[in-house]
Design a binder for this molecule. Sequence first.
Ligand code: SF4
Ligand code: SF4
Ligand code: SF4
Ligand code: FES
Length: 554
Amino acid sequence: MKKEANITIHINGQKIKATKGELLLDVIRKQGINIPTLCHFEGKHSDYPCRICIVYDENSKSYIPSCNTRITEELNITTHSPELLKKRSMLLELILANHPDDCLYCVKNNACELRLLANELNVDQRRFHTKEIAFNTDKSSPAITREYAKCILCGKCVTICNEVQKCNVLQFNNKGKQSRIEPEFGKLLYQSACVYCGKCLQVCPTASLYERENISAFFSSLGNTAQKTISIFSPILEFDQAITSLNKTARSRENHTVSILRKSGSNHVFSLNPAIDLYLYELLNEFKATLKENKTLISTFCPSAELYIQKSLYNENIKLSALIKPIYFFQKMLEHIYPESKFQLHEFTTCVAQKHIHAIESVKDKNYAYTVRELMKIKQTTSYGNNSSNVKTDEPFHLFSALSYLPFIPGGMSEAIVRMLSLENNAANNNINFDSFRNVENFGIVKITLHQREYSFGIINGMSHIKTALETWENRLPAFIEILACPNGCYYGGGASKENQNTEFKQFSKQWFEIFDQTLIRYPQRNTQLISLYQEIKEKQSSDSSLFYIQKEE
Ligand code: SF4
Ligand code: SF4
Ligand code: SF4
Ligand code: FES
């Protein structure tokens, strides 16, 4: 319930009504006044506050950090003055005193908040130099790079990792000039409990945390005429703000991604949807087999959630899905279609953890994953290639079902299973309330009855709820559990545009279900062309079982 304004303060001479306990920064911003911040994030404060957000309070005759001041008494605030500008600039200059100035070659470049702030505060020279400390760069993970020298100790990554994702990977270590934020005992990221969700990359204001870029691998693939460069994109990209903002007048959202990838020179462009059709088709089989064993099947669609479960939880009644990730479906299908050709897969996704997956799983044929930020960089560099006006994905993978959109959103995987089950059982869908799958905020169980049989589905929306959900359900586990590590799903993934975070989930999911409703083929089982191709491969390989199962070493 909205609290009533019960205190009057002055901001730049104007009387403003506020509520006791409100954050001064929020009240100032509500007036449309821009106050710069660096370390402020979700109401948490860094152990090393930057104080860039200071304002002047005439009543106490003091400079106060607006991001750390709750309104409890009357204030008389000045937000901008030559003196304040000087102080903010000075604070920034001190932060920059030991910051590397290789901006020209920095991966963050024009997106660096420090650099933008220097411009805003008119800091155009280095007046202070502190002794350089030889910080290392942690490149142990194939998904994330940690450049310690560029860390300004704002603590945002600690907050998001420990309090939002509840992974507890990062912490403040050491004191004074040697202070750094790193995993416990100074471990490398790869040795830590990190699950590569990438949420910390999105909040880091500098290039201290960023995705391991694979752009040069993409260009060398293009330059290698002995192999085909195959680009596959996640359908979430059709909605990503970096892409949708490119050209509001294009005929459909998909056009942007397809045409960027065509112009890049890729030999083929596919969307991930058809692979998800087959993934769901096999997931249903796996689900039915697990039901017979009286066990709970946990989906491994989300690589971060899978890693989390593998690293921290064990329950003998729970079976992790053995299906390989959808992208490897393409590998198998393409091997069948182009038996004589060499090719390399390049996956464009909002999922940072896919970089880790490719590094550990594609040992033989090295494939790569790219975030939306990398896609935008590729776009800047490439505008060649044929067929850029062809905005359709390539045959024979141009058809896919509506259900292939579902796994990217919390509850979607369960909804897809229920819809496929009811098709198989010739049961009408119209007495199932699918909204109950779509509106799970943290975690919850949805039960449905089909042909007098009850099925229960556990939905976990965000990594921070995995432990509590599994503890809560311990004595009565649902038949199927799906987890998306990023709260509200892949649109908010670590590799998505930062701007996506400002879109309300309701607004995004409305668009998502519109595209779902408009897709003509409703079920993977009815994607007959694809299923026949899959059966053909199975026959050729004399395999009765799924080609999707992870090959376990003998
Ligand atoms: S990638 Fe995720 S788990 Fe790893 S440090 Fe960042 S927020 Fe924590
Ligand atoms: S790594 Fe980035 S987000 Fe984390 S404390 Fe350093 S500058 Fe801030
Ligand atoms: S929720 Fe989606 S983007 Fe986030 S880690 Fe899982 S699969 Fe990747
Ligand atoms: S933004 Fe307020 S102290 Fe850093």
